[in-house]
Write a protein of this length. Structure first.
Ligand SMILES: Nc1ncnc2c1ncn2[C@@H]1O[C@H](COP(=O)(O)OP(=O)(O)OP(=O)(O)O)[C@@H](O)[C@H]1O
Ligand SMILES: O=P(O)(O)OC[C@H]1O[C@H](OP(=O)(O)OP(=O)(O)O)[C@H](O)[C@@H]1O
Ligand SMILES: O=C(O)c1cccnc1
Length: 492
């Protein structure tokens, strides 16, 4: 019979190759050398012009819990036969290094570092898989949610996706990511409990079916709303016949319960939602409920919403599930985690590079900083600027920005502020960052949109936002490439 182990830590939420590599380093005695890794993606998802970073809260939890439990060690011993001495080393392992990261809700673009891990080689390597797992999913969903929110504008977006999410973790962290990007609520009560996101909802068709008719069900539901704190009454009107039975019953019950429930509106979940919403709007207005909203749901995404708006649909609250929470049109973000510097046997840090036949896949060596160059006249961003650690663009009074591949595309920027986008999260293994509450993170994410020109925000064919290398960073990259080439040429 298979031996069972308790699920009591996340440290083995990693690829087996990470542990194999660490064993290699440990045996060779280089596991405690300093190493710096950077996490970034190359291409924005959904053809969008910007991304929204999410995932830091879970990363903090993960790093704080970063240790091998007895059962982890037992599993490694039983299944892989690692040496006892190595297992003893693992047992004592904790995260001792530094993590710098963007704040959640930050705007992020291709080929720029979201997060930098500066620690021992072993520690920095071991966290790779989990960090990518967290950032790839949450950033993808935050970006999808932001795309949808851009189309919705100031109207409310409710997150309804839990039942369709790729399992429970995805539902919880996905809905949090959606809230960061500007959604107003979650249907998931656990997410409400854990993160403080407003949890709210309407009801399902099953309730109408259980009572066999719209009016009876809505009346019973209204009675229940009276007993609840917020008194919100939003009946679903499309179970039998939206305009003949659903909306009239909703109006009748709302009148009967006037003053006792808050008739926030009705929900439409099928049929021609442009037509039905316009007709329902007239009926609600004529009945004296001009403030009652029309909530729409059913396979919505930014495209359908845009289309409904173009048809003049009278929808003012949008319930969005499947297509958001599963990132339906692009189910993965390709963030990677690359080593950029490593300590040698003399204690010096050496820059490292990964060369590829594909120029886009050549990494940028060296420990770097990332700045957003804000034009102080219009408060808009001129682009992002990757500089070597020792550089500070704020010391310059005019900054040359040039395309990192097509270098002849360049501009000089004056009267700017270079904002360092990375913040210390862990220093010497200790958490030094206080995570803002979820409302502050959302506020930050929404305010970031103001620094972007509209050209980067449109959902179709946005302009490419500049992510440039400083001259020194670019020169360093070329020099390291040259060095590697010479090294390879000298091989016999
Ligand atoms: N006026 C409209 N213009 C564009 N798309 C619409 C319009 N009305 C509804 N839709 C979208 O069309 C799709 C199909 O709607 P429909 O009501 O036929 O759903 P369904 O899935 O067949 O119904 P049900 O959920 O009851 O099974 C949904 O994604 C819906 O959001
Ligand atoms: O379509 P989504 O964007 O994923 O939004 C969530 C959907 O989940 C519910 O449907 P479901 O068929 O599960 O149940 P119901 O219609 O009977 O409530 C709800 O009515 C929405 O249509
Ligand atoms: O509250 C709702 O209306 C709701 C919640 C989850 C999924 N569909 C609808």
């Amino acid at each position: 019979m298979r031996k069972e182990y308790p699920d009591d830590s996340l440290i083995l939420h990693t690829d087996a190759y990470q542990v194999n590599m660490i064993e290699t380093y440990w045996h060779d005695g280089i596991h405690n050398r300093k190493a710096v890794f950077e996490l970034f993606f190359r291409k924005l998802p959904f053809g969008n012009g910007y991304g929204i970073f999410a995932g830091l809260e879970r990363i903090i939890q993960y790093i704080q819990d970063f240790r091998f439990t007895d059962s982890d060690i037992e599993y490694l011993r039983d299944e892989f036969g690692y040496e006892e001495e190595f297992l003893a080393y693992l047992k004592g392992l904790k995260f001792t290094g530094k993590i710098r990261s963007m704040r959640e809700g930050e705007l992020v673009f291709g080929n720029e570092t979201i997060l930098q891990v500066d620690s021992t080689l072993a520690e920095a390597q071991l966290v790779e898989t989990a960090l990518l797992n967290i950032v790839n999913y949450q950033t993808l969903i935050a970006t999808k949610a932001s795309r949808i929110k851009q189309i919705i504008g100031s109207e409310q977006a409710m997150e309804f996706g839990t039942r369709r999410a790729q399992e429970m973790d995805a539902a919880i962290w996905g809905t949090r990511a959606a809230f960061i990007a500007g959604f107003s609520s979650t249907s998931n009560m656990r997410a409400g409990k854990l993160f403080g996101i407003p949890a709210s909802g309407t009801h399902a068709h099953s309730m109408i079916q259980a009572y066999m008719d719209d009016y009876t069900a809505m009346k019973k539901y209204a009675e229940s709303c009276v007993r609840r704190k917020n008194k919100a009454f939003i009946p679903l009107v499309d179970t039998y016949d939206t305009l003949r039975s659903g909306v009239p019953s909703a109006i009748k019950v709302a009148k009967e319960f006037e003053g006792r429930v808050k008739f926030d509106g009705i929900r439409l979940d099928s049929g021609d939602m442009a037509y039905l919403s316009k007709e329902a709007r007239k009926m609600l207005d004529d009945a004296g409920f001009p403030d009652a909203c029309i909530v729409a749901s059913n396979d919505l995404d930014e495209y359908t919403i845009m289309n409904l708006k173009a048809q003049g649909a009278k929808i003012n609250v949008w319930g969005i599930g499947t297509k958001l929470i599963t990132a339906y049109d692009q189910p993965a973000l390709g963030a990677v985690y690359k080593i950029v510097a490593i300590e040698n046997e003399h204690g010096e840090m050496l820059d490292t590079i990964k060369i590829s036949g594909n120029p886009e896949k050549v990494t940028t060596p060296g420990i770097k900083k990332l700045y957003r160059i804000i034009n102080m006249i219009n408060q808009r961003s001129e682009g992002d600027y990757i500089a070597l650690d020792e550089e500070n663009p704020n010391d310059e009074d005019h900054l040359k920005m040039f395309h990192p591949v097509h270098t002849y595309i360049s501009k000089f920027v004056t009267n700017f502020e270079a904002r360092d986008l990375h913040h210390d999260i862990f220093v010497d293994g200790q958490l030094v960052y206080e995570l803002p509450d979820i409302f502050e993170i959302q506020k930050f994410a929404l305010s970031n949109m103001d620094v972007l020109w509209d050209e980067y925000k449109r959902s179709l064919n946005p302009e490419e936002y500049p992510v440039d290398l400083s001259q020194k960073c670019w020169d360093n990259k070329i020099a390291v490439i040259q060095k590697v080439k010479e090294q390879v040429a000298n091989l016999k």
